[in-house]
Design a protein around this ligand. Structure first.
Ligand code: URA
Length: 446
């Protein structure tokens, strides 16, 4: 390896060159151990953002970030370990239902999740709205719980992909977040470090997602699955719609409650459909069914029989959570202020769309999310949608219910929430939640 000179690597990228895997490894290792300061890394990030990165550079970046920390080996735990990762959206509570459901089918699910930031929610905040639920577990406990219960859901530890943690914070303040090679390396370095054998990705496209249009969603899915396959982890992707919030609940405990209804076998529109679609992929990849049709039947049966719900309770108990609120959600209590938002005199017709980004931001400001990583969240805050896409609205109908700590705060956001509803005089056709599927580099729509 040539002597390490970060400035020459920045210049090479600035001038449109392609960095070798060794050069990228030196840069990432140097940044992780403090040899490369933030100002040099910032400069490199912006040069790469503007000049682009090749597939080879993308693989090398992911590999360097993956090996910046511990790469777990779960091979002593029987079974094919399968995880799901969503690129993030509004009202996305699917992991809460999916992980115990797939575990109930006999496929071990080790899941390391993140927190909400900005308009998107995070699985950890949702789980922690269950009193006592511990997500801050060490890797030995992670391994033990997976082996004993077939499912574990924890937060990122300092041992897993530490380079990503520092780089993400730097990208956030240098205008270099929305760049597919960085997003793909960031997500895949963490997922590959978990010790999984196979991965299902839920790549979201639309107003409430990182990727605002379907074409960018496709490109991100291709990059992510390409990295997975490159490292020998079979990775498939579902491209899913994220223009409107997923389901009716946005906010941590509200989303747990909606998930519990789904786990009890109730059909919760979109939420159940997407959960079944992702579960079927995971069950097939985990070897517990031969076809997607068989796997779907298995998933539906596990929901309707209560087996998935029982597995969820088992996981809550194992991670220190209060199972009495799982059996009796009403015992969890409600936010101090609950304020309804009504349709105005001029609001009538059918809901054409509910702007996921606007609703996600309003929910965050009501206390359900955080603007910076240091902020806390209010577990009971959020928004319930009383009207969804396609549903009829008359003046005076309740559109949404805001849950927060006081009336003044709720009233401050009533107009924003009302304006997030776009109405039309025409009937609105339903649209599928799953837009396309990517298997071994090929989209199923061709
Ligand atoms: N999620 C991640 O983990 N990293 C990104 O860069 C974007 C979304």
């Amino acid at each position: 390896m040539s002597p390490f000179d970060p400035v020459s690597l920045i210049i090479k990228k600035r001038d449109g060159g392609e960095l070798t895997p060794d050069e990228l490894t030196q840069l990432i290792d140097g940044y992780t151990d403090g040899q490369v300061p933030d100002y040099q890394m910032s400069s490199f990030l912006m040069a790469a953002f503007l000049r682009g990165m090749s597939d080879l550079e993308g693989f090398a970046l992911a590999e360097a970030m993956l090996h910046s920390g511990e790469v777990l080996d779960l091979s002593d735990i029987p079974g094919t370990k399968v995880d799901k990762h969503s690129t993030g959206g509004v009202g996305d509570k699917i992991s809460l239902i999916l992980a115990p459901l797939v575990a109930a089918a006999g496929v071990p699910v080790p899941m390391i999740s993140g927190r909400g930031l900005g308009h998107t929610g995070g699985t950890l905040d949702k789980l922690e709205s269950i009193p006592g639920f511990q997500t801050d577990l060490d890797l030995d406990t992670y391994r033990r719980l997976l082996s004993e219960h077939g499912v574990v859901m924890i937060g990122q530890t300092k041992e897993v992909a530490p380079a990503d943690k520092r780089l993400y914070a730097l990208r956030d303040v240098t205008g270099t977040v929305e760049f597919i090679p960085f997003i793909a390396a960031s997500i895949m370095s963490k997922k590959l470090a978990e010790g999984i054998d196979r991965l299902v990705l839920d790549v979201k496209a639309g107003r409430g997602a990182f990727m605002q249009d379907v074409e960018s969603g496709r490109r991100l899915a291709e990059r992510l699955t390409g990295i997975g396959e490159h490292f020998g982890c079979t990775t498939i992707a579902l491209l899913t719609r994220m223009d409107d919030p997923l389901g009716r609940a946005i906010g941590n405990w509200l989303e747990v409650e909606e998930s519990l209804r789904c786990l009890r076998g109730e059909h919760v529109e979109e939420v159940t459909d997407l959960t079944i679609a992702l579960a079927a992929e995971m069950i097939v990849l985990g070897g517990a069914a031969a076809t997607l049709d068989d796997a779907e039947v298995t998933a539906r049966t596990l929901l309707s029989s209560g087996a998935a719900f029982e597995k969820f309770k088992e996981m809550v108990q194992a991670q220190g959570g209060d199972v009495s609120v799982i059996d009796h959600p009403e015992r969890r209590g409600v936010a101090d202020a609950i304020v309804d938002v009504f349709a105005d005199e001029d609001q009538s017709g059918y809901v054409r769309s509910v702007d996921a980004r606007a609703i996600g931001l309003a929910a965050m400001r009501l206390g359900a999310g955080r603007m910076t990583v240091e902020d806390g969240v209010d577990p009971l805050a959020g928004i319930e949608l009383l009207k969804k896409r396609g549903e009829p609205v008359q003046p005076g109908d309740c559109l949404a219910r805001l849950h927060t700590r006081n009336r003044e705060l709720a009233e401050k956001f009533s107009d924003t929430v009302s304006e997030a509803f776009e109405l039309t005089g025409e009937h609105v056709e339903p649209e599928p939640i799953v837009l396309d599927r990517l298997y071994a580099g090929k989209w199923s729509t061709g």
